[in-house]
Design a protein around this ligand. Sequence first.
Ligand SMILES: O=c1[nH]cnc2c1ncn2[C@H]1C[C@H](O)[C@@H](COP(=O)(O)OP(=O)(O)O)O1
Ligand SMILES: [Mn+2]
Ligand SMILES: [Mn+2]
Ligand SMILES: [Mn+2]
Length: 201
Amino acid sequence: MAARDMTREAALSRLDHKHACHILLYADSQAKLFGKIPVKHIVLMQMRFDGLLGFPGGLVKPSEESLEAGLSRELQEELGASVPVTMDDYVSSHLAQSPPRLILHFYSKKIKEAELLEIERAAVLNAVDHGLEVLGLTRVPLYTLRNGGGLPWFLSHSFISNSRAQLLEALRRLDLMSPQALEEAVKKAEEMRHTVKSDPH
Ligand SMILES: O=c1[nH]cnc2c1ncn2[C@H]1C[C@H](O)[C@@H](COP(=O)(O)OP(=O)(O)O)O1
Ligand SMILES: [Mn+2]
Ligand SMILES: [Mn+2]
Ligand SMILES: [Mn+2]
């Protein structure tokens, strides 16, 4: 879903709007799928209560807290872990296409693989939202298998608001995938969506 780009300053002047902050947490990894396909990077998303994929985070109140403090509070609720977020992690702000009067702030933060594993454990053990607002954390497959499995199928799922665009933009900007591999995965995902729709079985 398209969303309109705006500066952080313009966004923060809209106190009559709701504000939400979400974050892409990622780590480098030496792991290999099936012992041969390099995973390279781990990127976290979550399955939300409504069955849509999105990033950890949520609604914040800029009149009462900074965007970063609000996001850290949401992460404590949804991940059960303390993840310090600063302005250095800020990426962008967008006016949501729907619902009206919602501004979406996006962040990304690189952490160590061991910290990411700890967050995955804490999300199950400590997060007050686990099994409620958040059905589970998921890693994004950043590879494409010969049958199209991996990122193309992941991208064929349904995403909340502009989180699919946030994911693709971040993979490009953070150089987590080559532009060519990313373009091919997006194209393959589009083909798969059409194939699934036109298959009568
Ligand atoms: O990952 C996301 N990227 C962009 N926008 C998002 C994302 N997740 C949710 N949203 C939008 C749509 C939601 O209604 C609002 C509030 O976010 P949410 O995480 O649902 O809020 P709480 O955790 O319940 O506070 O933002
Ligand atoms: Mn929340
Ligand atoms: Mn949330
Ligand atoms: Mn909330």
